[in-house]
Design a protein around this ligand. Structure first.
Ligand code: 5GP
Length: 183
């Protein structure tokens, strides 16, 4: 049964976890932090497709940094609801980031493998700096010890959908965040 309190996708049941209002409050907080840290600078925001596009859209507007540039990169490490363990680059970076301040925008940091691989790849192109902003961070899932510079929410190691995050390509357009229901 599909009720307002839960959504069912591919036979899996998800229950409400974070409302759009709670998300907006934390995204604005992170946006202000970034605006303060990058005052007088013109960073490049690097949005990690596909999941971060909703967060990136709200975050970059909330910073109010008018000189900022936005570009996109795509990695994949997930199939279904668990990590495949390997991290592959699918769409590369076309902009020149040499000497630039880069802010990666990611939807979620789970094991940290994608984040570490991405930072390693980007540093080869000699940017002035690389920082990492994430909507969600699962500290208990870390396999790398990586801690993002900007975090909207720290969450337990549970599978999340909505606000850009998907289940095999579905649910990205749900405005609130839902968590998988455990029996
Ligand atoms: P990591 O490399 O840190 O293990 O995983 C990063 C990627 O895994 C994220 O960009 C995201 O695509 C996917 N991922 C990790 N946890 C979740 C989750 O709870 N829900 C969804 N939809 N994707 C997740």
């Amino acid at each position: 049964m599909q009720t307002e309190k839960q959504v069912i996708i591919d036979g899996l049941t998800f229950v409400p976890y974070l409302t759009r209002e709670e998300i907006a409050t934390q995204v604005k907080r992170v946006g202000k932090e970034i605006a303060k840290d990058y005052e007088g600078k013109a960073p490049i925001f690097l949005c990690v497709l596909t999941g971060a596009f909703v967060f990136a859209s709200d975050l970059i507007r909330s910073t109010g940094i008018n000189d900022a540039k936005i570009t996109f990169i795509r990695y994949k490490s997930y199939e279904g609801t668990s990590s495949t363990g390997s991290v592959k680059q699918i769409i590369g970076l076309t902009d020149d980031i040499k000497g630039r301040d880069v802010i990666i925008i990611e939807d979620i940091v789970d094991t940290g493998l994608t984040a570490c691989r991405m930072i390693e790849d980007l540093k080869k192109q000699n940017p002035a700096s690389v920082k990492f902003a994430t909507l969600l961070f699962k500290p208990e899932s870390s396999q790398t010890g990586f801690v993002p510079d900007y975090i909207a929410f720290k969450i337990p190691p549970k599978f999340i959908i909505g606000y850009g995050l998907d289940l095999d390509g579905k649910a990205r357009n749900i405005p609130d965040i839902y968590v998988i229901k455990e029996d």
